[in-house]
Design a protein around this ligand. Sequence first.
Ligand SMILES: Nc1ncnc2c1ncn2[C@@H]1O[C@H](COP(=O)(O)OP(=O)(O)OP(=O)(O)O)[C@@H](O)[C@H]1O
Length: 341
Amino acid sequence: MSAQKQVQSRRTAASSRNESINKKRQQKSAPANKSQQSAKPAPKKEAAQQAQKNYVETEETNNLIKRAVRCLTSGYPIHLTGRSGAGKTALALEIAAQKGRPLTVLTGNHEMTNEDLLGGITGVTSTKLVDNYIRQVYKKEVNIKENWTPGRLVEAAEKGHTLIYDEFSRSRPETNNLFLSILEERVIPLYGTKQKKSYVPVHPEFNIIFTSNPIEYAGVFEKQDALMDRLITLEVAFTQKTTEMIIQHKAEVKQKDAKFVWGVLKNLQEEVKEAQGLLSIRSGLMIATIAKQADVAMEKGNEEFTQICQDVLSGEVVRFEGTDTFQKASSLVKRAVENAK
Ligand SMILES: Nc1ncnc2c1ncn2[C@@H]1O[C@H](COP(=O)(O)OP(=O)(O)OP(=O)(O)O)[C@@H](O)[C@H]1O
């Protein structure tokens, strides 16, 4: 079977019922949302092209999706781990789409508080009753009621959404502690809030997909053992074959071009061993998409293509401390292009 046939592309968009969805999710599913919002259905060809631009499935991605769905269906949360640009978020969205429940996406950050997750008072409503029935008597009654807005976690858990908690280790451990009772007792404790009830029961269909990057860097908190114990961790590290297919189909380039782009990344990775993040689907997609849009041939000896690779990759080489100057990084990228097959 040809590589083309093995690949089925399909939409990652969960459903238009999704109520709570963060910016990252909206950007990733922009084409699907656009077609959902337009008054008339997209023409067949356009719809097919949009689907083609979304999640690329291979035997390997499907296998991982099947294993993840199996765990979630049995009520166990999963944790997708892999380096930056490995495809964790895209995979999480695809798994969530397969579950077919509304979606909520949270992105971990150190400023996230219990109030963001559980809810808080967002204002007051006052009602005034004036009793002036008897002329000489004037009675005024004012009632002030605090307005409670449930947090995104409470809403998702009550309504049985699939929650993607992206980069959860960027949130403080004390915030993430909330998840312990959700995962163990299937309730959300509301202590510390001004709610009368002490907990919210979790909907039976509520599932959580955590994602994180195994490479420690600034701004990331140590993952708590108690939380990690309750998660099933699956590694996202696709093979070269799958990655080339993703680049080929998402950037809509030829197979040989996707292979060449991946070859450049691989050579560079071998030169700069510390720069683990260089070998990412994201960098490959950037190079292939820019070259395709600018009509630049993806081959060695083509100065413009080399320049595109340098633009995309030199900053990354410097960032990962593979070298101390942009100039040095650019020449490493150039060499990687020259040696790619
Ligand atoms: N199977 C796939 N089909 C189509 N596109 C994919 C696929 N896997 C990954 N991608 C794309 O590759 C890029 C990187 O993927 P993604 O953002 O999911 O990585 P990540 O592991 O979450 O990265 P980070 O840790 O930096 O957030 C994105 O543009 C994503 O849409």
